[in-house]
Design a protein around this ligand. Structure first.
Ligand code: PLP
Length: 393
């Protein structure tokens, strides 16, 4: 049977970056001992009061269709939070409640981009973006952020990538996998390009609560940007709610109306009891991320210190998030081979960061979504593995 041309565009390159994760899951199922440092799902439970809100809502009969663009109170609470971050005057008309950042990004791509349009994305970037953007027919143009610059954006390179077909720039701050948080001059530089070429900016801020002593700025708050920016985010990382599938898009009211109309056709909105849980999260439990952030920061420092025992490895200390990049280019022919061999010999699963884009080839990504002791043991095995490789003979 025939399929539409869409099916050929759904996949992103590099999905086999997760090869060792799938192997590790299978090994664990067989009862083998493995250490998984390759997953981006918090190891914390969703805070209890959030769970209780959902349970109360379920027991109270909140099991029917919910308002498709999201309940007014929740949208207003998300708008108030974004107002506090940006100083912009936002209300519920600027917010669409969506099934996670991923869904918000898909909706935005479909409403902003035509077949053949180009989106500039800063490489390395979250793995599924390419498939998401391409679903609507747009092309992703990757602009490298080089390892030698600490994976920071290069304004001249972004500007040089703009063509007649460019319609949008996609940024993620804090970034996955690099943990880089874009600073004011960088955001101003990107904003200037967007204004000059009349581009949209799609900004993923899903890690913006998990900061390690740096400030987070939203590009929407830069002059002349509110009308051309759609900010997507969720509670997945900040409140350990990956499985709830709830997030949002914040942007100009007209765009939000279009996203709502699209959502009627995609999933008919997010379940009411999930929205009630989200309301608890963005109001009473707004700061619930704090102990988790503190744990991630402690684990970052623990991992960086443990890995420093192998001087051949270079660690990029992240400014935010749940991951740490390690340069393995001095000890392996490729990061892919390193990940493979590491799992085969030490039963530690990491991600080949080259899966996020060529700029991160030669690096691996380690997640801190695991207890301190296991993380320490995982890092020790990586160091042993590197030492073993360098041993004479
Ligand atoms: C940068 C980035 N954006 C989006 C997502 C997915 O978020 P959500 O669960 O809100 O769809 C992830 C998950 O790892 C991510 O790293």
């Amino acid at each position: 049977m025939r399929y539409s041309s869409l099916v050929g565009r759904l996949h992103s390159e590099g999905v086999d970056g997760w090869a060792t994760l799938f192997q590790a899951w299978q090994a664990r199922e067989r009862g083998e001992e493995v250490i998984i440092l390759s997953i981006g799902d918090p190891d914390f439970a969703t805070p209890e009061p959030i769970v209780e809100s959902a349970v109360d809502a379920l027991r109270g009969g909140d099991t029917h269709y919910a308002v498709i663009e999201g309940r007014r109170q929740l949208r207003a609470a998300i708008a108030a939070d974004m107002t506090a971050r940006t100083g912009l005057e936002l209300d519920e008309n600027n917010v669409l409640v969506a099934a996670g950042t991923q869904n918000a990004l898909l909706a935005a791509s479909l409403c902003l981009l035509e077949t053949g349009d180009e989106v500039i994305g800063l490489d390395p970037m979250y793995l599924t973006y390419e498939g998401t953007l391409r679903s609507g027919g747009a092309d992703l143009v990757r602009v490298p952020q080089t390892a030698s610059s600490g994976f920071r954006p290069d304004q001249a390179a972004i500007e040089a990538a703009v063509t007649e077909r460019t319609r949008a720039i996609l940024i993620t701050s804090p970034n996955n996998p690099t943990g880089v948080v874009l600073n004011r001059p960088e955001l101003e530089g990107i904003s200037a390009i967007a204004r000059e070429h009349d581009l949209w900016v799609i900004a993923d801020e899903v890690y913006s609560d998990l900061l390690f002593g740096v400030e987070h700025l939203s590009i929407a708050a830069m002059p002349g940007m509110a009308e051309r920016t759609v900010t997507v985010s969720s509670l997945s990382k900040s409140h350990a709610m990956t499985g709830w599938r709830i997030g949002w898009a914040v942007g100009p009211a007209e765009l939000i109306e279009h996203l709502g109309a699209l959502q009627v056709n995609i999933n008919y909105g997010v379940p009411g009891f999930v929205q009630e849980a989200a309301l608890e999260a963005v109001t009473e439990q707004r700061m619930a991320w704090r102990p988790m952030r503190d744990a991630y920061q402690r684990r970052r420092d623990l991992a960086a210190a443990a890995l420093s025992a192998a001087p051949e490895l270079r660690v990029l200390v992240p400014e935010a998030g749940m991951y740490l990049l390690v340069d393995v280019s001095r000890v392996a022919e490729s990061s892919r081979a390193f990940s493979h061999d590491l799992f085969a010999s030490k039963r530690v699963s990491v991600v080949d960061a080259g899966a996020f884009g060529q700029s991160a080839d030669g690096w691996i990504r380690i997640s801190f979504t695991i207890g301190d002791d296991e993380l320490a043991e995982g890092c020790k095995r990586i160091v042993d593995f590197v030492r073993g490789r360098n041993a004479p003979g």
